[in-house]
Design a protein around this ligand. Sequence first.
Ligand code: MRU
Length: 348
Amino acid sequence: MAIETIKWQGNKVKLIDQTRLPLHLKHIVTSDLKTLIHAIKMLQVRGAPAIGIAASFGVVLGMRDSKAKSFALFYKELSAVIKQLALSRPTAVNLFWALERMKNTALFNRAKPVRKIKQALLKESLKILEEDKAICRSMGKNGARLIKAKDRALTICNAGALATGDFGTALGVFYQAKKEGKKFKVYACETRPLLQGARLTAWELKQEGIDTTLICDNMAASLMERGLIDKVFVGADRIAANGDTANKIGTYSLAVLAGYHKIPFYVVAPVSTFDLEIAGGKEIPIEQRSPEEVTALCGRRIAPHGIKVYNPAFDVTPHELIKAIITEKGIIKSPYKVNIKKILGCMR
Ligand code: MRU
């Protein structure tokens, strides 16, 4: 996989500026916490696992100039940094999961000098990135078992290399299936309002030589009705204890359509995307984004001034519409409440 979305380089975070793709492959290289938080808010770095990785690096950046002489003072500063990062995006639970890991790392090393705690934080963030790479590969292998020769798979948003530390969640399934020599086609929904499908998924799948066709979001029903889609694979931003899944706005419509046309609908996500403290999808916080994302297209206004806008970034697919959830630990099927617990155990 040639795409390296996020990495730690010479005491700085280096990430692909995804708002510039597909026309320009530019990087943001920063040692500044505020710049990193801005990058998360503006979707320069995006996708649940990548947001988690970025946030963990954010903690390192925010704490490395700390002059605290005691753990109590260091922890006070750390809590403030974590609070700022936690406010960057509300839905992808990987953000909070990564911040929790960073907080626990500091607590675990509390008896050490501050210099050592800083080193431990960096080590933990690099571990989160490395673990994500292995997790992507396992999810890919588990999911590729579901791809058959000549399959035509549909996906939405970008759940690929650009959304993770390696080759992605839903798109990782395609990359692995290709590695295994399977021949199949992918249809990518453009994903309004911010066009992650058209800009990012189309870019990375094409680059990796996957047979990909881009469609507008409202074309999915017609494709399904004509028998041109065999399977749907999507990523996730947060999965509740009962399997209800929040993902990019438009995912729920695809699940309803897939259900109507009797097409299997699969979610691909790491264990870090499950939120077992949330019983069902209704409790998942849904990010509302700025009206300009809807009234403009690639910076050009397309709607009248003053028009009212509704712009939720995510929707929730009820578990009844999900055929299986593919994780690095295995494939989870209904009954989700029981089987999610069985596979996850107390691992989070
Ligand atoms: O708003 P975004 O672009 O961060 O939304 C991303 C998605 O909804 C992805 O499908 C999800 O994070 C899974 S990515 C592996």
